[in-house]
Write a new protein. Sequence first.
Length: 365
Amino acid sequence: MSRYWTEPPFKHDSASRTGVLLVNLGTPEAPTAAALRPYLKQFLSDPRVVEIPRLVWWPILNGIILNTRPAASAKKYASVWTDEGSPLKVHTQRQAKLLAGYLAKAGHDGLDIDYAMRYGAPSIPDVLEAMRTRGCTRILVLPLYPQYSASTSATVVDEVGRCLAHWRNQPEMRFVRNFHDHPGYIAALVRSVREHWTANGEPERLLLGFHGVPTRSLELGDPYHCECHKTGRLVAEELGIARERVLVTFQSRFGKAEWLKPYTQPTLESLAQQGIRRVDVMCPGFVSDCLETLEEIAMECREAFLEKGGKSFHYIPCLNERDDWINALADLTRAHLGNWLEIQPPDASSRAASLERARRLGASQ
């Protein structure tokens, strides 16, 4: 088998395009155990996600986890699944479409905007292949993770690299590393909170829950912990409230190792036991609502807080399709596209001349 994949047909009169690829975590195709198994296998087989030696991890993953977890996870997914499908996929798809519209209104209507999932479908290799077939020779990859982590942003870069290793004719590539302190992103978070408070009053505590990672990753140099706290600090400052009213916590611990603390659910339980009557929770690490935000936070954590004596739990949705967030996403995209936005496609006569020159040299198209 050839190392390289077949190149799409090349036409000398075609115009090269600039593409933008949004990438999110991923989702199973359906809320069933059968669909969860391959999704979880791909996700938990990623060495950046689980940093346990393969010889140790492989029997645990294939012998235990993939035989027990899919059914349990399927029930959780079923509780948040919509008529359109997985919330994460639906929101990401809408964001890509809206981004294309916003950029077109700003005069950048020739851009090719698409989305992919790191795990599941549409896959990064499949979407990149489609983009190059459409003529993209310059591609900006924008992982939809505000805070950089080796287990999220970096694994997107890894997967793109694995794909491009099979291409003879590679495009120019650019990557967005993070946007945890981007002014537009912070402003959208703050406006989301203020709108919720205008409609529902203010809580005693605002809890910002981020997806957890093992503490060891911080000790080994991953900046994720620091970037989460910077996002939290900036949100608190823009809200203009006392810093002690805003708490940064971490959830979704997996396994027995120590993860970043404080943990979200135990913190909520402790607040309730201390007499805190109302908490509001938002998840700035996600720009789209998903299983973690809708089930673990909005359902499980709500129940835990109320069971321990809390009286009112408010979940503030992710940014999703908010106008201010899509505007921020467009600003972020333009900034990273940079001088690519100045490239003008050749006109029809220039393309025709190119084809004619190629034909004189023996090309067929």
